[in-house]
Structures are given as structure tokens and as C-alpha cells.
Design a protein around this ligand. Structure first.
Ligand code: GDP
Ligand code: IMO
Ligand code: MG
Length: 429
């Protein structure tokens, strides 16, 4: 038995979906442990693209169990739609294939309304959230007023909770955010209708994982977002409201730390960010446009154009420490093909001093400038490479630089969006 955690080391969209899909071949169970449908994980299998927001990326394999842990916030409408969409392409999602934790929190219409109205009120100071109600749902969880999946199995509890919450939410929506109030009856009816379809999936995920562990199953934990979007460790307040770091897998799935055996950090070969917030290596020139176009850097959830920049190893090194990374998966290496010279950020300069970790203060960070090392790029098409010795020497040098500076070895290299566009250097399982 070996359990592996996959986490993003940057600001999300590193290619976690592709790597999880790839590693599912060796896994028996695949678990999401945080975030919600703010995530957009893309898989390309047999030339067909699938974008998953809430169901774990292992779902395309037959016979693998997918689980949504207690740490996830679930929009039942999105989950049901995703189940339906998969059915349309011949993938039947039954309770045998998918479990939803009874302790997972449920995203309600007032969460989305507050998320959107609050962002609108912030104007140019907005976070640039996905508008899916993620933050407000986690707020209710911590405030101990949230609706949980288990409440969908008890209509009376559900009605009582929505009723109590609406009093407070409507006051906030109308008096503070200048938004429309919401009515209990239509929400209750809609959620009761969805509950009927979701109840068969609701179970104790922690218990199910424990049974898997005792039966020597391989478990794969699928992180969403990225380390620098972590509510504790990220570029606060420009973060999401959960803990995407590897440690979050324990609390968010209901297992102990001794059950995690390997942590893979996904590193995009350059850096992207969607939404607002500091980005030291951002490129607002034609090189940034080149990367954005070649990498097709548009958000998988909101369709927004992603901001692009050079690889920032200050960010990745922080992620090595924060997640205890055992190996790295380098993705989208093919996108850098054709650039004369490549820059890698190896430190920041702040008031004439060298900094090697991202400062907590936003003011300080805003004054940090990148310190780059420059290496030659490559012109060859590397998308057909399946072994290390098929990569040009400059590409190998780029990878070696990452390994040397982070002190972590590369286990996977991705040279295209497809499952097969991969060089497996060392199997994490
Ligand atoms: P995630 O949120 O971390 O799962 O990543 P996204 O799916 O949001 O974004 C990654 C995008 O890059 C998707 O469109 C993938 O299909 C694509 N992708 C993943 N790996 C590679 C790769 O190695 N090369 C190229 N060109 N595209 C890739
Ligand atoms: P995956 O799993 C990239 C960003 C949003 C915004 C901030 C807060 O596909 O990598 P939220 O809606 O979570 O309150 O928004 O976090 N964000 C992501 N950026 N990839 C994601 O997920 C993201 N999920 C949230 O753009 O800046
Ligand atoms: Mg994504």
C-alpha cells in the first residue's frame, strides 16, 4: 500500500488534473480533500477533453473509487450536472463509483449571492474570486452555521438551518451589499429535490478510506488550487478559503498523517495566476503573450485569461517546505519551446537585500523584484518525447536547474495535455 498526495506548487492550474488522471492507473481510490467547484481540472484522454470541477479526476477509469472528502465544499447543482455530463459520454457515475462525505459543507444560493455582491462592492480592490460561493461557504463552516451533506438526509434540519441562515444573510445582502433578498421556499424545494438524487452518494468517507487502508489499497489525494492560494500560507488576502497544502489532505479527508507516503508537487514550467494578487515574475510583454497563447492559458472554470510569467523558484521552494514535497512533476514544458532565452527567478531583491522566501507583508512583496538566472532555450518540438534522452540538452539543463535549486527530484515530465504526452522518470507509487 502506498498513498500519494498531488498538490499545486504555484497559484493553481499547474496541470493537477492531468497528473492525477495519469497516476490513477496505479491507485484504487482517488480523493478530493478541499476546495470546491472553483477548481477546474482538465484531462485529455484519447484526444477528448474533460473538465472536472468537483468529481475527482480518477473518474474516467473504470473500477476506481472516487471520494469527495469532508474538507470540500459542494454545490449540489454542479455535482449533479457533472454526474449527468459524464453519463452523456458513457461514464456512469453510481454510488459504487463515487462517495460524498456526510460532513462536506453545501454551497447555498446565498453563498453565491454574497460572493458576487461582495466582489462587485470591492470594485478595483476585488480578489477576483470565481464567484462560486466558495469563501462564504467556508465562512459558515467556521462560524458553525453551515449546511452539511448529512442535512440533506433530514428535511426538517435542512429547513430549520436554511431558515435561520436566511434571516442573517438577507439582512447582510440587502442592508450592506445592496443586493436582492432570497426566499426560503424556492431554495428549500430545490435543495430537497436535489437531495433525493444525492442521498445515495452520501457516506462516511473517513471510514471508507480507513477500510481501504486496512485492505492495502493505494489512495491518491487530489489537491485543488495551489500552495500560494492557501488561506494560511498563500498571498493573503488574494487566496482561496481552504488549505490546498498537503497537510490539508489529513483534515479534509479524515485520515492520519502517517497514511501519506509520497507528496508530488506539480510545477508548471512557467508561472500563471488567474484573479488579482501579487505576481513578482509576471510578464506584461510579448513573451508573456507568447506563453499565454502557446499554453492556451485561459481559466478552466471562468474562462478568464491567465496572467503569465517566468518560473518563480522562490514560490516553488516555499512549496517544497510547506508540503514536504518528495518529488516534482514538471508540466507544460512543451510551451516554452521556441524561446531564445529562458529566465528562472532564483530570489527576490527587497531594498537592496536578497530574499529567498516570499514575505508575508503585501507591502513588502509589492517592492520585491525578481533576481533571474538566464539559460538558453530550445527550438525543437519536444511534445513527442517519451524518454529523457529524447529531450534536447537545453531542456535537460532547465530541469536540472529546477532540481538543483529546489533540492527535489523530478518524477514526471509532461510535454502535452494528453495522458500519453508524458515522461515518467520515477513512479511515485
Ligand atoms: P489544474 O487545475 O491544475 O488541473 O490545471 P488546468 O486543467 O486548469 O490547466 C492546465 C491546462 O494545461 C489544461 O488545459 C491541460 O489540458 C493543459 N496541460 C496539462 N499538461 C500539459 C502539458 O504538459 N502541455 C500542454 N501543452 N498542456 C498541458
Ligand atoms: P484549480 O484547482 C486557479 C483563485 C481565484 C481567485 C482566488 C479566490 O483549477 O487549480 P475563490 O473562488 O476560490 O474564492 O477565488 O483563487 N482560484 C484559482 N485559481 N486555479 C484554481 O483551481 C483556483 N481556484 C480558485 O481565481 O484569485
Ligand atoms: Mg484549473
Amino acid at each position: 500500500m502506498s498513498n500519494t498526495v498531488v498538490v499545486g506548487t504555484q497559484w493553481g492550474d499547474e496541470g493537477k488534473g492531468k497528473v492525477v488522471d495519469l497516476l490513477t492507473a496505479k491507485a484504487d481510490m482517488v480523493v478530493r480533500f478541499q476546495g470546491g467547484n472553483n477548481a477546474g481540472h482538465t484531462l485529455v484522454v484519447g484526444g477528448k477533453q474533460f473538465i472536472l470541477h468537483i468529481i475527482p479526476s480518477g473518474i474516467l477509469y473504470e473500477g476506481k473509487k472516487c471520494l469527495i472528502g469532508n474538507g470540500v465544499v459542494v454545490d449540489p447543482e454542479v455535482l449533479l450536472q457533472e454526474i449527468q455530463d459524464l453519463k452523456m459520454v458513457g461514464k456512469e457515475v453510481t454510488p459504487e463509483r463515487l462517495s460524498l462525505s456526510d460532513k462536506a459543507h453545501i454551497i447555498m444560493p446565498y453563498h453565491k449571492a454574497i460572493d458576487l455582491a461582495r466582489e462587485a462592492a470591492k470594485g478595483r480592490h476585488k480578489i477576483g474570486t470565481t464567484g462560486r460561493g466558495i469563501g462564504p461557504c467556508y465562512e459558515d463552516k467556521v462560524a458553525r452555521t453551515g449546511v452539511r451533506a448529512v442535512d440533506l438526509t433530514e428535511p426538517e434540519t435542512l429547513e430549520e438551518k436554511i431558515g435561520t441562515n436566511l434571516k442573517e444573510k438577507n439582512f447582510f445582502l440587502t442592508k450592506f451589499l445592496d443586493a436582492e433578498p432570497l426566499e426560503l421556499k424556492p431554495i428549500l424545494d430545490r435543495y430537497l429535490g436535489m437531495a433525493e438524487r444525492l442521498v445515495p452518494f452520501i457516506t462516511d468517507v473517513s471510514l471508507e478510506l480507513d477500510q481501504g487502508i486496512k485492505a492495502n489499497k493505494n489512495i491518491l489525494f487530489e489537491g485543488a488550487q495551489g500552495t500560494h492560494l492557501d488561506v494560511d500560507h498563500g498571498t493573503y488576502p488574494f487566496v482561496t478559503s481552504s488549505n490546498p497544502v498537503a497537510g490539508g489532505a489529513c483534515a479534509g479527508a479524515g485520515i492520519g498523517p502517517n497514511q501519506l507516503h509520497h507528496v508530488v508537487g506539480i510545477v508548471k514550467a512557467y508561472t500563471t495566476r488567474v484573479g488579482a494578487g501579487p505576481f513578482v515574475t509576471e510578464l506584461v510583454d510579448e513573451t508573456g503573450d507568447y506563453i499565454q497563447e502557446r499554453g492556451q492559458e485561459f481559466g478552466a472554470t471562468t474562462g478568464r485569461r491567465r496572467r503569465c510569467g517566468w518560473l518563480d523558484l522562490v514560490v516553488v521552494q516555499d512549496s517544497v517546505r510547506l508540503n514536504g514535497l518528495d518529488s516534482l512533476a514538471i508540466t507544460k514544458l512543451d510551451v516554452l519551446t521556441g524561446l531564445e532565452r529562458l529566465k528562472i527567478c532564483v530570489g527576490y531583491e527587497f531594498d537592496g537585500e536578497r530574499v529567498t522566501t516570499r514575505p508575508a507583508s503585501q507591502r513588502k512583496l509589492a517592492r520585491c523584484t525578481p533576481v533571474y538566472m538566464e539559460i538558453p532555450g530550445w527550438q525543437e518540438d519536444i511534445s513527442q518525447a517519451r524518454r529523457l534522452d529524447q529531450l534536447p540538452p537545453q531542456t535537460l539543463a532547465y530541469l536540472e536547474t529546477i532540481e538543483e535549486i529546489t533540492g527535489v527530484s523530478v518524477s514526471i515530465i509532461s510535454v502535452g495535455a494528453g495522458r500519453e504526452d508524458t515522461i515518467l522518470v520515477q513512479d511515485p507509487f
